[in-house]
Ligand binder design. Sequence first.
Ligand SMILES: CC(C)(COP(=O)(O)OP(=O)(O)OC[C@H]1O[C@@H](n2cnc3c(N)ncnc32)[C@H](O)[C@@H]1OP(=O)(O)O)[C@@H](O)C(=O)NCCC(=O)NCCS
Length: 196
Amino acid sequence: MQAALAGLVPAQAVRANAPALTLPSGYRFSLEPITPASKPLIARAVSRLSLESSRRRFFTPRLQLSERELDALTDVDGVRHYAFGVCGRDARGAVEGIAAAHLVRVTDAPATAEIALTVIDAHQGQGLGKLMLGRLAAAALTRGISHLRALIVPDNAPVLGLLRKYAPGARFAYDGELYRADIPVPQVAAALPIGF
Ligand SMILES: CC(C)(COP(=O)(O)OP(=O)(O)OC[C@H]1O[C@@H](n2cnc3c(N)ncnc32)[C@H](O)[C@@H]1OP(=O)(O)O)[C@@H](O)C(=O)NCCC(=O)NCCS
């Protein structure tokens, strides 16, 4: 595990035939499936989040995830749980994970899925959030999911901005702790391209 956390991850973490895309910063990346082999990449990426981003993603600042949490994040079957990661290479040429998107069906409402988006701070503000939300909406459409749900801490301006701009028709309810956004899928799929 220590070696993995140091960035020495399996070569298969990035597929040889994955289309390479480029951020405005020039950073080259590809979209990759998430499997149990992704755990070291996810653990390393979580350790690189600022405390603020970590709190916004996990509702309490986390420097490390438990093995059980890593199991849940990588238990991706494509039906109940659809997810993908964004990978590139660090300054030393080692594979790194810089973002991830998850869509998990709500147990008692299978046409609704809860979403979670994470981009590590160094790569925020360059369109990855938009790209990932568009991809999740496209995946939801093909799976018969009509609504996406997001749980949002009230001071999370980036994700509130993202949804207000690109999720027309989203409804926000506040329970005194979190906003719950209910997002109609067709509108967000129409508002966002799946490409970059
Ligand atoms: C939320 C998050 C995924 C957005 O990803 P990103 O790659 O930084 O976002 P993008 O560059 O794609 O920006 C998309 C839109 O979000 C909005 N946005 C982004 N940053 C913003 C900010 N600081 N303030 C307000 N709106 C912002 C804008 O509407 C932007 O659209 P535009 O570029 O056309 O103006 C990212 O900030 C993140 O991972 N945050 C920490 C974890 C988190 O909060 N996850 C969400 C839990 S539901």
